[in-house]
Design a protein around this ligand. Structure first.
Ligand SMILES: NC(=O)c1ccc[n+]([C@@H]2O[C@H](COP(=O)([O-])OP(=O)(O)OC[C@H]3O[C@@H](n4cnc5c(N)ncnc54)[C@H](O)[C@@H]3O)[C@@H](O)[C@H]2O)c1
Length: 365
C-alpha cells in the first residue's frame, strides 16, 4: 500500500531483499503483497512496472541494469553508479528501451537551491570566485547501530559503506553537495584531488571492519574562467552547519546554504520551513512538491519526492528535472577525483549536463 494521497497513482507491489525475513517484515508492516529474495526473481515476476533501488551503492549498477533489461522503469537512490562507464550503460539502456530513469538526489527540486542559483546568476554576491562544500563520515553509520540491530533478521552490517565499490563519504554524503554545487553553478571541467584513509578501522557490534575505500578525499574543481570549488568527502569536519550546503564567495558577498551574507534569503515556500532551524535537513524538505501531510514526517522525505518524480514521468509523460545525466556528471567528478589522486594529475571530465530549467515564483530576498 501507499499513503492515501498517492494510492491512486502508485502502490508498492513487492519488496526484495536477500535477507528474506527482513523483506517479509517490511511487507507485513506496510501491506505489500509479494516478497522476493533475489532481484532476478523480482524483475522477472511481472509484479511491478518500476523499481526503486535502495541496495548498497556498489550494487546499484547491476540492479538498475537488470531492471531496465526487464523493461522496468527505475528510480535509484544516490549514487547512480560508481563509474561513468556504468552510468553511460544505464542511460543508453533506458533510452533504447524507452524507459524512465530518475537518479537521486534531486537537489535541483529544492526551491532553496533554485533561488541560490538565481541569486548567483543575478550577481547578488558579485563575481563568484570560489565555493566550498562537502560532507564527512564522522561516526555516521556506526551510530546507526541501534536501528541496524532492531531490524528484522540479522543486524544490518554497514561494512559496505567502508569498502569498494561504492564505499566512502564521496558516494554516500558529498554527492549531495556536488549536486547542489553543480545545480547552482553548472557543469565542471576538470578535477584535481588528494585522497586517502584516515580511520583504518570501523566497528559494528564488536566486529572490526577494515576501511578499504578512501574516507578522506579533497577535490579541487575547475569550472572554467578562473572559477573554482573545493569539495570534500572526509573522515571528519564541516564548513557549513547546513547539511550538504555550499558556501559561495563572490566579490560582493557570500552565500552559505540559505544565508545571504549571514541573513536568510527568501525562496518559494520558505514560510513552511520556519518551524525548524535551517540546519534541520529533514524539516527543510517540506518545501518539496509531494512532501505534504504524512510524508512530512517520514525520514529522508526527499527520496519520496524523487520516487514521485518517476511516477509522474511514467504516468503523465512529464519529464523529471532530476536527470540521470546530471547524476552521471557528479559520478564523473567523484571518479575523476579518485583517478587524479592515484595519478597525481589533473583529470578532464568527459561528461556534462544541461542544468534543469527550474522556473521559480518571484520572491524578494
Ligand atoms: N542510510 C541512509 O541514511 C541513507 C539515506 C538516503 C539514501 N540512502 C541510500 O539507500 C541505499 C541503502 O542504504 P542503507 O543505509 O539503507 O543500507 P543498509 O546496508 O542499511 O541496507 C541495505 C539493504 O540492502 C539489502 N541488500 C543487500 N544486497 C542486496 C541485493 N543483492 N538485492 C537486494 N537487496 C540487497 C540488504 O540486505 C539491506 O537490507 C543506498 O543507496 C544509500 O545511498 C541511505
Amino acid at each position: 500500500m501507499t499513503q492515501a494521497d498517492v494510492s491512486d497513482r502508485v502502490v508498492v507491489g513487492a519488496v526484495c531483499d536477500p535477507v528474506e525475513e527482513r523483506a517479509r517484515a517490511v511487507a507485513e508492516r506496510f501491506g505489500v503483497p509479494k516478497v522476493f529474495a533475489s532481484i532476478d526473481e523480482l524483475v522477472g515476476s511481472g509484479q511491478v512496472d518500476a523499481v526503486t533501488v535502495a541496495s548498497p551503492i556498489g550494487l546499484h549498477f547491476e540492479h538498475c541494469r537488470l531492471a531496465l533489461e526487464a523493461g522496468l522503469h527505475v528510480h535509484v537512490n544516490k549514487t547512480l553508479s560508481t563509474t561513468v562507464a556504468e552510468a553511460n550503460t544505464l542511460i543508453a539502456l533506458a533510452s533504447d528501451c524507452d524507459l524512465r530513469l530518475v537518479a537521486s538526489p534531486g537537489e535541483i527540486l529544492r526551491p532553496q537551491i533554485g533561488r541560490a542559483r538565481e541569486l548567483v546568476a543575478s550577481g547578488a554576491i558579485g563575481d563568484v570566485s570560489w565555493a566550498i562544500c562537502g560532507g564527512a563520515f564522522e561516526a555516521y553509520h556506526e551510530s546507526e547501530e541501534p536501528e541496524r540491530v532492531q531490524s528484522s533478521g540479522p543486524p544490518i552490517n554497514p561494512a559496505w559503506y567502508f569498502r569498494k565499490p561504492g564505499g566512502g563519504p564521496m558516494y554516500d554524503i558529498t554527492v549531495y553537495a556536488l549536486h547542489q554545487l553543480t545545480s547552482i553553478i553548472g557543469p565542471a571541467l576538470r578535477v584535481t584531488a588528494l585522497s586517502g584513509i584516515r580511520v583504518p578501522f570501523r566497528e559494528f557490534q564488536g566486529e572490526r571492519i577494515a576501511t578499504e575505500a578512501d574516507d578522506n578525499t579533497i577535490l579541487l574543481i575547475d569550472f572554467g574562467e578562473g572559477k573554482f570549488a573545493v569539495a570534500f568527502g572526509t573522515a571528519s569536519g564541516a564548513v557549513s552547519d547546513q547539511f550538504g550546503a555550499c558556501v559561495f564567495h563572490g566579490s560582493q558577498g557570500t552565500i552559505d546554504g540559505v544565508l545571504l551574507n549571514g541573513e536568510p534569503f527568501d525562496f518559494a515556500g520558505r514560510e513552511k520551513t520556519l518551524h525548524a532551524p535551517v540546519t534541520d535537513w529533514g524539516a527543510q524538505m517540506c518545501v518539496l512538491e509531494h512532501v505534504v501531510g504524512a510524508h512530512r514526517h517520514i525520514p529522508e522525505a526527499h527520496v519520496f519526492e524523487d520516487i514521485m518524480q518517476l511516477v509522474r514521468w511514467v504516468l503523465d509523460g512529464e519529464a523529471s528535472k532530476v536527470t540521470a545525466e546530471h547524476a552521471r556528471h557528479v559520478v564523473d567528478i567523484i571518479e575523476s577525483g579518485y583517478r587524479s589522486a592515484a595519478s597525481s594529475s589533473t583529470e578532464s571530465l568527459t561528461t556534462t549536463f544541461e542544468p534543469a530549467d527550474v522556473t521559480l515564483p518571484v520572491v524578494t530576498t
